[in-house]
Design a protein around this ligand. Structure first.
Ligand SMILES: Nc1ncnc2c1ncn2[C@@H]1O[C@H](COP(=O)(O)OP(=O)(O)OP(=O)(O)O)[C@@H](O)[C@H]1O
Length: 335
């Protein structure tokens, strides 16, 4: 388990991480998301001991990382694999040699190296590319080699820094499938730093959204997408101006496996004997589920009965205020 409390990190006078609190359980696929410069990579580098922090605590399995001796730090880093956007492969070496290199550095016996390289290349689906050089591989294949190499030290944690940012959407999905398989079959905890929201939805069970070095939202991925806090809207670039600015707009989230948008709306309309308009709806895929959000526009009079109906049935809902109304409210406040 990785537990971070009250962590602060400065570069000279620039505070880039401010009071970070988060817990990553063993077996999580944890997403650290945010815009460029939010502090994601710096937080990742604190987690693997590559950079220090001035205040707060960061423990891995109960041990404070900044108190490690140099020997402990070496052993600790050995247990953390890392992959990057630019793959960082050795171009003059073959795929086999790239995966073997960390084990050679740690003086593993030759037969063990051979067994592990072959096993890992099988895991990432590249047994037939053993003798190829990186320049002859696609981006997705290069990242597969990097993953095999990162796991060669029997890592318990795999850190991924924008690992799919240079890949096309289809290849990104195949890499995410591989990461999910590794997580499930080998019980490896995975931490994914990304600005790609589809990566988070597809792979991560939990996320923290960083804004200017602070955690602006945090929790189970599905809950965050259901509740759509401001930090998520900022990342998605959601516009609420398209919504009607008469009546009230309610966003309802639900599992598509339980009930479809149409069923939910028809049933609510007939149970309450009310009609209202559907102004938006979308279905998003999560790792194992389909999750829908539908936005309805209701009158002021309908609002209490509808929200009671949703509360009684434990539906996740929230009111969306259009930005036009918001600016009017702000103007009124000033006047
Ligand atoms: N070595 C450094 N020295 C000084 N400032 C740094 C250093 N590394 C990062 N920063 C600053 O810290 C802030 C956070 O950077 P960081 O790379 O962690 O953000 P990020 O969210 O990972 O962004 P990106 O997605 O663009 O990599 C930025 O303002 C950056 O300029």
């Amino acid at each position: 388990m990785i537990k971070i409390s009250g962590l602060k990190k400065k570069f000279d006078n620039l505070e880039v991480l401010k009071n970070i609190n988060l817990t990553i359980e063993d077996g999580d696929i944890y997403g650290l998301v945010g815009r460029s410069g939010a502090g994601k990579s710096t937080l990742l580098r604190c987690i693997n001991g590559l950079t220090d922090y001035q205040e707060g605590s960061l423990t891995v399995d109960g041990k404070e990382v900044k108190n490690f001796s140099s020997y402990e730090m070496r052993e600790f880093r050995r247990g953390m694999g890392m992959i990057f956007q630019q793959f960082s492969l050795l171009n003059r070496k073959t795929v086999y040699q790239n995966v073997a290199t960390p084990m050679q550095c740690w003086n593993y016996p030759k037969d063990e190296i051979d067994r592990k390289v072959k096993e890992l290349l099988e895991l990432v689906g590249l047994s037939d590319k053993m003798d190829a050089k990186p320049r002859n591989l696609s981006g997705g294949q290069k990242q597969r080699v990097a993953i095999a190499r990162a796991l060669s030290m029997d890592s318990k944690v795999l850190l991924c820094d924008e690992a799919t940012s240079a890949l096309d959407p289809k290849t990104t999905l195949s890499i995410l499938e591989l990461l999910k398989k590794i997580n499930k079959e080998r019980g490896i905890t995975i931490i994914i730093v990304t600005h790609q929201m589809e990566v988070v939805r597809n792979a991560c069970n939990k996320i923290s959204i960083l804004e200017n070095g602070e955690i602006a939202a945090q929790g189970e991925t599905k809950e965050i997408f259901a509740q759509r806090p401001k930090a998520l809207q900022n990342l998605l670039g959601e516009e609420s101006t398209k919504l009607p600015n008469i009546g009230r707009n309610i966003s309802i989230a639900h599992y598509v496996n339980d009930i479809s948008d149409g069923m939910l709306i028809t049933k609510m309309s007939s149970d309450l004997n009310m009609t209202f308009s559907v102004v938006d709806g979308q279905i998003l895929n999560y790792s194992d589920d389909k999750f829908g959000t539908v936005i309805i526009n209701v009158t002021e009079e309908q609002f209490p009965a509808i929200t009671k109906y949703l509360n009684d049935r434990n539906y996740e809902w929230r009111e969306i205020v259009s930005s036009l109304e918001k600016s009017e409210v702000e103007d009124n406040d000033i006047n």
